[in-house]
Ligand binder design. Structure first.
Ligand SMILES: Cc1ncc(COP(=O)(O)O)c(C=O)c1O
Length: 370
């Protein structure tokens, strides 16, 4: 047996792999309601499926880097194809920026809580994560972020709307970060649910250190197909290309993305369906004493049940057992341990989940009275 430790990068032990256990359970038990990982409950359209099938017929050939698709994406933002890097989901962009900017011991600044993959990929390249708590009302604490900057801060992540809290960072706060000149990724993974809210893409014309990331995993509903993209200054995209693994986007995902872009009405329909679900969940759960849902611009709702005297895990376990719905609890934040998140499902699934949560709290009330 070789002594692997002698050869491995020394920081590997601090890397915790992204936990996919929930997905293993969900795929092996299709009867469960998948409301734990911010997927879209609506499957791809017929047109997208046809495009994938056509592309698969040429599956013996290597793909190019999607010049037509990049031009189409660029056109949405009045940019050029040279400003677009297409990727295997936006997770690849997250990994890419760490490989490009972070060396062992460098610091990556991000909010807490936020999407867990940022820290995982920062640590995978030996980076240190500097996570700055959101304010008690779950807004970006920009003064605290500015205070946390050091000479080793090599990268900043702004997720807007933030996962899991669902709110946008205000423009003036964002600009305080942007104007630092430190490479920053603005992750707009959920923006397509609220197209009335303008993308920060125009910033890339003015600032060569800004990257705007998008994904087709959310409003477009193509998480399993894997497609995302980054927008940035042409020079920075050139560095992405130096670092990239070729053929990162398959013929199938390029074809699917192109077809999906042509279906504007389908995207609107999916967004409206989701947004109605968000309204419903927030309205119903806010009727329960001590339970606070945070209105979300994404496809998830974060709920704090601390004031009802329960932990997020207790709610999650009950909903799994009684309704077969997989939802997710969160680590305690600012001493509050009642956080859990519902990823929106179909309207039927949302209703079953909400009913189960209501029953959980009714039962507790009865138990207390008894
Ligand atoms: C904020 C954010 N960014 C990126 C991603 C990753 O998406 P993709 O499927 O494009 O890799 C997620 C997934 O949940 C997310 O929440």
């Amino acid at each position: 047996m070789s002594d692997l430790k002698r050869y491995l990068v020394p920081w590997i032990d601090q890397v915790k792999p992204y936990d996919t256990e929930d997905l293993v359970v969900a795929w092996s038990r299709p009867e469960l309601k998948r409301m734990m990982i911010n997927e879209n409950p609506i499957p791809p359209s017929e047109k997208v499926l046809q495009a994938i099938l056509e592309a698969a017929k040429r599956g013996n050939r290597y793909p190019d880097n999607g010049p037509r698709l990049r031009a189409k994406i660029a056109g949405q933002y009045d940019l050029g194809p040279e400003n677009v890097y297409i990727s295997h989901g936006s997770s690849e962009i997250i990994d890419m920026v760490m490989r490009l900017f972070v060396t062992p011991g460098d610091e990556v600044l991000l909010p807490n809580p936020t999407f867990s993959l940022y820290s995982i990929r920062a640590r995978a390249v030996g980076g240190s994560v500097v996570a700055v708590d959101l304010t008690p009302d779950l807004q970006y604490d920009v003064p605290a972020m500015l205070r946390a900057i050091t000479p080793r801060t090599k990268f900043i992540i702004i997720c807007t709307p933030n996962n899991p809290t669902g709110d946008f960072i205000p423009d003036e706060d964002l600009m305080k970060i942007v104007e630092l000149g430190i490479p920053t990724m603005i992750d707009e993974a959920y923006l397509e649910y609220h197209p009335e809210h303008e993308s920060k893409a125009p910033l890339i014309r003015q600032f060569n250190h800004i990257i705007v990331a998008h994904t087709f995993s959310k409003a477009y509903g193509m998480a399993g197909i894997r497609f995302g993209y980054a927008l940035a200054d042409e020079t920075l995209i050139g560095y992405f290309r130096k670092m990239q693994v070729p053929w990162n986007t398959s013929l199938l995902s390029i074809a699917a993305a192109e077809a999906a872009l042509d279906e504007e009405e389908e995207l609107k329909r999916k967004a409206a369906y989701n947004n109605a679900g968000v309204e419903y969940v927030c309205k119903e759960l806010s009727k329960i004493t001590g339970v606070k849902p945070y209105f979300s611009h994404g496809n998830y709702v974060l709920i704090d049940a601390t004031d009802a005297g329960v932990t997020g895990k207790e709610v999650v376990d009950y909903v799994f057992e009684k309704a077969g719905a997989m939802i997710k609890h969160f680590a305690p934040f600012r001493g509050r341990s009642g956080f859990f998140r519902i990823s929106l499902g179909t309207h039927e699934e949302n209703s079953l989940c909400v009913q189960a949560i209501k029953r959980f709290f009714e039962n507790r009330k009865k138990e207390k009275r008894a």
